[in-house]
Write a protein that binds this ligand. Structure first.
Ligand SMILES: *[C@@H]1O[C@H](CO)[C@@H](O)[C@H](O)[C@H]1NC(C)=O
Length: 273
């Protein structure tokens, strides 16, 4: 969080400053990135709490969702760098000898039309925070084949958000060669990326289908962004010369990631039926 009174405040007229000082306690988080907390209905019917933050200055949006099973999903859209980052913190089952949690990071190209601009997101307010929200539009499941890895220690060259978001997943930051090609055109250094071994012959088995636990396999992970503002709505009025922004359209979208792991232990959720 930024310190209270961000840029611009020192140059504000004295009278306005005095007024802000009076209103301060009422305005709450003045100067901090705008946050919206919503209750959302997950695709399986359960209710979860989601937090959406917009940072107009860094031109980014982040979304965090805690699933009832304890999994923490986060999504970051970095509009400046055309990067979106998905992170999953998955709780392990200690009684099965699994580690406390496993972290995964998937980094792909952000298209600016996928989610509303950060400035619009920062202005969103809700009337009733208790409402359980269900997205107006369900977007199709997207399958992503992750065939490259990002070197975490150089990750800031791709997006300054990567260092914080993927810290727990330093050894598991995946991306796609098609996204890499786009970022290279944007001037990102190629030393950040490493192509993962090509599909072998015969193809690697899917993790969790028996087989040697120490052998490589293809791991699969799916997540869903249960509710996010995907489009601005425009309204028309006789009193205005042009259509104006009057709300948002909400979407739900699922993503399914495939990636190879050197051993099945690194795909712990695949071991459950
Ligand atoms: C990541 O980059 C650093 C700095 O260039 C390098 O020392 C390290 O070996 C790289 N790691 C991998 C896994 O390639």
């Amino acid at each position: 969080m930024r310190p209270a009174g961000g840029r611009g405040v020192p140059t504000a007229p004295r009278a306005l400053l005095a007024l802000l000082a009076l209103l301060g306690p009422l305005l709450g988080a003045l100067g901090a990135p705008a946050e919206l907390r919503v209750r959302v209905r997950l695709p399986d019917g359960q209710v979860a709490e989601e937090s959406l933050q917009a940072d107009g200055e860094r031109d980014s949006i982040s979304l965090e969702l805690r699933k009832p099973d304890g999994t923490l999903i986060s999504f970051t859209a970095d509009f400046k760098k055309y990067v979106k980052i998905f992170r999953a913190l998955i709780l392990g089952e200690l009684e099965k000898g699994q580690s406390q949690f496993q972290a995964l990071c998937f980094v792909t190209r952000l298209h600016h039309s996928e989610i509303i601009p950060s400035q619009a997101m920062a202005k969103l307010r809700q009337k009733n925070p208790r409402t359980v929200r269900q997205a107006e539009e369900v977007r199709g499941l997207e399958h992503l084949h992750m065939d490259a890895a990002v070197n975490f220690s150089l990750g800031a060259l791709l997006s300054p958000h990567l260092r914080n978001v993927c810290a727990e997943a330093a050894d598991a930051v995946y991306t796609r060669q098609q996204d890499v090609r786009f970022w290279l055109e944007q001037g990102v250094d190629s030393s950040l990326f490493r192509t993962l071994p090509k599909d072998t012959e015969p193809p690697l088995p899917r993790c969790g289908q028996g087989g040697d636990r120490a052998a490589p396999c293809v791991c699969h992970y799916s997540l869903s962004l249960a509710w996010y503002p995907c489009m601005l709505k425009y309204c028309y009025s006789r009193d205005r010369p042009a259509p104006y922004k009057c709300g948002i359209r909400s979407c739900q979208k699922g993503y399914s990631f495939d990636f190879s792991v050197p051993q099945q232990q690194l795909c712990l959720w695949a071991e459950d039926p």
